[in-house]
Design a protein around this ligand. Structure first.
Ligand code: URP
Ligand code: ZN
Ligand code: ZN
Length: 475
């Protein structure tokens, strides 16, 4: 057979193995692994490089319509271009329902926003904020069957949050239909109470966002979400976990045999509340929910990554420009913290940061890096084995890393449309040198090489990890 591409001499790394072999690619798929495989139209010499599955960023926000006048800086064009340059080959942003809107309309609208825009492949999660009878009985079952097999629910934000009864209803629906539920776990009333106290005492700068979004409130909501999921007997995934208390809840649930999964993000490894306390309005750049906490929390997150409490490492890229009256300065540079758009950018820096700080500094093994950033998200969201691994028959989504290359993060060199990165000046070791999505080079040495429209929409299977344990009473 004449292959399209042959990647020779690389060190292949999956979630379980490291070995030397060549990879043969035909029509966008891996068709052979071995030695002396034959001829190919193009040969890539990967001598000295590590060949990993392309990253899957299973939690990012692109061109998401927002009710408050803020506008996301990145849509599918700049967002997926940026992701590709950081070694990612699939993104999973959110088709977000607005209150009163049909979920189908939200999904259709998101297709219009993404069609022809993406540099790399993409699938949709949904955000369910208005679980009406029509949504629960008709729309969600139909959409799940059509390949939208995961959705996020919120326990906070006035325009998004569900009450406990609504959460039980959507969990029961997920159990019946086989969908994965992602939970933004923060206690809305704790935030409102603390916000009122802080406002009364005149403490309204960006730093106090972190005080209002307490780790106690995050812990309580996580525990409640886990308990509700246990009652219904359905798996659940707690997203963007910020530190010790919530990790304890997830570990407790896992130790009891519950199918509770956890996700964390670079901001909880690299930032702390001190960043929110930077001079003037600078702290607004670091406002996200849950907020970054303290060095002890960072250490707990590292331990959670190492010990397996976390299955998924995502960016939670939520892009708002700083110098922009539709971004962080939506309400000016003296805005009360509760009016600062929540979220920070990170699509392009997610993998290099975890590689450098985690793998190179020997906090996590490189096979765990692959599991957290590609294989587990593919399994948990129904894309495996098409995505997330290096195997015969899988898409040829590959990132070739130079494990010794040095670089420094500079926003001027990133490809998102945000005017800052929270990681400016961070020195890294290890760099994606070449990224292929379905066999085609999409970035080389941090520069884009594909084109908008190459990326394909992916339908997700019903994920095996979303299956209940089957021991609930009364169903
Ligand atoms: O602050 C954050 N995380 N913004 C993005 C939306 C979300 O809740 O993930
Ligand atoms: Zn969230
Ligand atoms: Zn998010």
């Amino acid at each position: 057979m004449n292959f399209d591409t042959l990647i020779k001499n690389g060190r292949i790394i999956t979630a379980v193995d490291c070995y030397y072999a060549d990879i043969a690619i035909k029509a966008g798929r891996i068709v052979a692994l071995g030695h002396e495989l034959g001829a190919a139209t193009e040969v890539i010499d990967a001598e000295g490089l590590w060949v990993l599955p392309g990253g899957i960023d299973a939690h990012c926000h692109l061109d998401q319509p927002l009710g408050d006048g803020a506008v996301m800086a990145d849509g599918f064009y700049s967002g997926t271009r940026s992701a590709a340059c950081g070694g990612t080959t699939t993104v999973m942003p959110f088709a977000a329902q607005q209150k009163g809107q049909s979920l189908r309309a939200a999904v259709d609208d998101y297709h219009r926003r993404s069609d022809g825009q993406a540099f790399i492949d993409y699938a949709f999660h949904m955000i369910v904020c208005d679980p009406t009878e029509t949504v629960l009985k008709e729309e969600l079952p139909a959409l799940i069957k059509e390949g939208y097999t995961s959705f996020k629910i919120y326990m906070t934000y006035d325009d998004l949050k569900l009450n406990d009864r609504e959460i039980l209803n959507v969990l029961a629906l997920a159990r019946r239909e086989g969908a994965m539920v992602m939970v933004h776990a923060e206690n809305a009333d704790c935030i409102a109470y603390l916000t009122e106290l802080l406002t009364e005492s005149g403490n309204t700068g960006p730093y106090y966002h972190g005080v209002a979004h307490s780790s106690i409130g995050e812990r309580e909501a996580s525990h409640r979400a886990i308990s509700l999921a246990e009652l219904v007997d359905v798996p659940v995934l707690i997203v963007h976990v910020s530190g010790t208390e919530t990790i304890e809840q997830i570990r407790w649930a896992q130790n009891r045999g519950l199918r509770v999964y956890g996700e964390t993000c670079p901001q909880y490894l690299m930032l702390t509340a001190k960043d929110l306390d930077r001079d003037g309005f600078e702290g607004a750049k670091y406002v996200c929910s849950p907020p970054p906490r303290d060095p002890a929390a960072q250490e707990a997150v590292w331990q959670g990554l190492e010990s397996g409490v976390f299955q998924v490492f995502s960016s939670d890229h939520a892009p708002f420009r700083f110098e922009d009256d539709k971004g962080k300065k939506l309400h000016g540079e003296h805005a009360h913290f509760e009016h600062i758009p929540n979220g920070i950018p990170g699509l392009e820096t997610r993998l290099p940061i975890l590689f450098s700080e985690g793998v190179v500094k020997e906090r996590i093994d490189v096979t765990r890096f692959v599991a957290l950033t590609a294989t587990n998200p593919a399994k948990i969201y129904g894309l495996y084995p098409r995505k997330g691994t290096i195997a015969i028959g899988s898409d040829a989504d590959l990132t070739l890393w130079d494990p010794t290359a040095k670089s420094t993060i500079r926003n001027a060199e990133l490809h998102h449309a945000v005017d800052y990165t929270p990681y400016e000046g961070l020195e890294l070791t290890g760099r994606p040198m070449l990224t292929l999505c379905r066999g085609r080079v999409v970035s080389r040495a941090g520069k884009p090489e594909s084109e908008a429209g190459y990326g394909e929409f992916l339908k997700c299977d019903k994920p095996r990890p979303a299956r209940p344990r089957g021991n609930a009473k009364g169903f």
